[in-house]
Structures are given as C-alpha cells and as structure tokens.
Design a protein around this ligand. Structure first.
Ligand code: CTP
Ligand code: MG
Length: 231
C-alpha cells in the first residue's frame, strides 16, 4: 500500500537535557533522525517524506540528508509551538500526494517495517489505524497520591506512532481541531472526536520514543540486539 509519511522533528527535546534538538544525538554513530528516516527511505511503499523542522535547523538537517543519502524528503515546512501544529504544517503541504498518510514521531527510530505494513493495510481498509502495545504493569487511577481505582489492564494499550489515516480523514480532523482550538497529544485524538473508529494494530515494545537519557541506553541495546540477530 503506497503512502506518504509526516515526521514531526521540530521539538526542543527538553526532557532529554541535551541542550539542543535530541534528534541530532547519535546511536551507534548515526543521528536518531537519520535512523528514523532510513526506515522510510528503505520502504518501497513510502513515496514521500515530509519533515517539520525548526527554521534555524533547516540547513543542518539538509546537510545531514545529503551526508546520509536520504532522497525521499519532499518538504520541510517550519514546525509550530506544539507537535500538533508541526504535523498540521506538513499535512497541509503533503495532502494531495497520496490517499494514505502516516504520522510518525521522528524520535521513534525503531519502528519495524512489518508494523508499518499492517498499519497501512488496516488504515486502507478502515480509514484509521494506530500502533500500540498492551500495558505490562498493573494500572491504577490515582488522585493526590491516593488510589481511586485499579483499571482493567486488558483494556489498556500504550499508544505509539505511526498513526495511519485516509488523508481526507486526517485533514478533516485537523481542520476541525484547528477551528475549535482543540489540542491533542496525538492525531488519533483529533479523529476520535469526529466519532470515527480508530483501529489499534499491535506494535512492538522496541518502538520506544527517545525522550529521556535512559531511553538512549535502551536504544543502544536494541541496536546491539538487532546486529546480533543479523550475524
Ligand atoms: N515535535 C515537533 N514540534 C513540536 C514539538 C515536538 O515537531 N513543537 C516533534 C519532536 O521533534 C519529536 C516528536 O514531535 O520527534 C515527539 O515529541 P517529543 O518526544 O515530546 O519531543 P520534544 O518535544 O522535542 O521533547 P520534549 O517534550 O522533551 O521537549
Ligand atoms: Mg514534546
């Protein structure tokens, strides 16, 4: 299933405390941003990449793309104050380019091609499909450090990206959110509020977001595991 992908990369990485955009940090010598881009560069079904960037980082990112031979980036609009604005800027540019669109955090470099395939297939069939994994821990709702209830774990999923949509569904949802001043933490929330069913595709625990320093250690370990599996 052919698709285009939008990668928000215009964050500041405050929780990583690197003093600059965390996506420039390296894992096994290669920037996190390039690890993520490479997945889509190598996927034949991906027919274009849009990257939301900070204007002051555009040149350095363009140089990185050249250095690592990333050829599928078709647009690099300026990101916004919130992730949702960054994604919206890309979708506005890209929406005529394919019927299927994926949104994926640039900070999730370990997404597996098989999951992308399942997501695009499901979104093609139904309109909306997002990646998630089952919660592993006991989950409780807590208020002021006091437990209100233990939540049935069977029904709880940890949601990740990619999130895949018919392009028209995502653009409608973004437009409506923009008009209502609604801010969500992922694109699915914008679609959910239109009462459209969003399907969840089981992803892998590898697909972590590089958010804090500890995640870099996990990232290095995942890459080591993958290299061992190759040998
Ligand atoms: N992002 C973006 N525009 C923003 C904020 C975030 O494009 N205004 C991107 C980030 O670059 C990242 C993805 O959205 O690839 C997920 O966001 P997050 O992990 O929160 O990254 P940051 O916002 O950079 O980190 P922090 O919240 O710790 O500052
Ligand atoms: Mg953030």
């Amino acid at each position: 299933m052919k698709y285009i992908v939008v990668l928000p990369a215009a964050g500041s990485g405050k929780r990583m405390k690197a003093g600059h955009n965390k996506l420039f940090l390296t894992l096994r010598g290669k920037p996190i941003l390039i690890h993520t881009l490479d997945v889509f560069e190598q996927d034949l079904d991906c027919i274009g990449i849009w990257l939301a960037v900070k204007p002051e980082e555009r040149v350095i990112i363009q140089e990185m793309l050249k250095q690592y031979n990333v050829t599928k980036v078709k647009g690099m609009p300026a990101g916004g104050a919130e992730r949702q604005h960054s994604v919206y800027a890309c979708v506005k540019e890209a929406s005529n380019e394919a019927e299927l669109i994926l949104v994926h955090d640039a900070a999730r470099p370990f997404i597996e091609p098989t999951v992308i395939k399942q997501l695009t297939q499901k979104a093609h069939e139904t309109g909306a499909a997002i990646a998630g994994v089952k919660a592993k821990d006991t989950m409780k709702r807590v208020h002021n450090h006091i437990i209100e209830e233990t939540v049935d774990r069977e029904q709880l999923w940890i949601i990740q990206t990619p999130q895949a949509f018919h392009t028209s569904i995502l653009t409608n949802a973004q437009h409506q959110a923009d008009q209502d001043g609604f801010l969500g933490t992922d694109e699915s929330m914008l679609v959910e509020r239109l009462n459209i069913d969003v399907h969840v595709v089981e992803s892998t625990y590898d697909n972590v977001k590089m958010t804090t320093q500890e995640d870099l250690l996990i990232g290095e370990a995942i890459l080591q595991k993958r290299q061992q599996e190759e040998n």
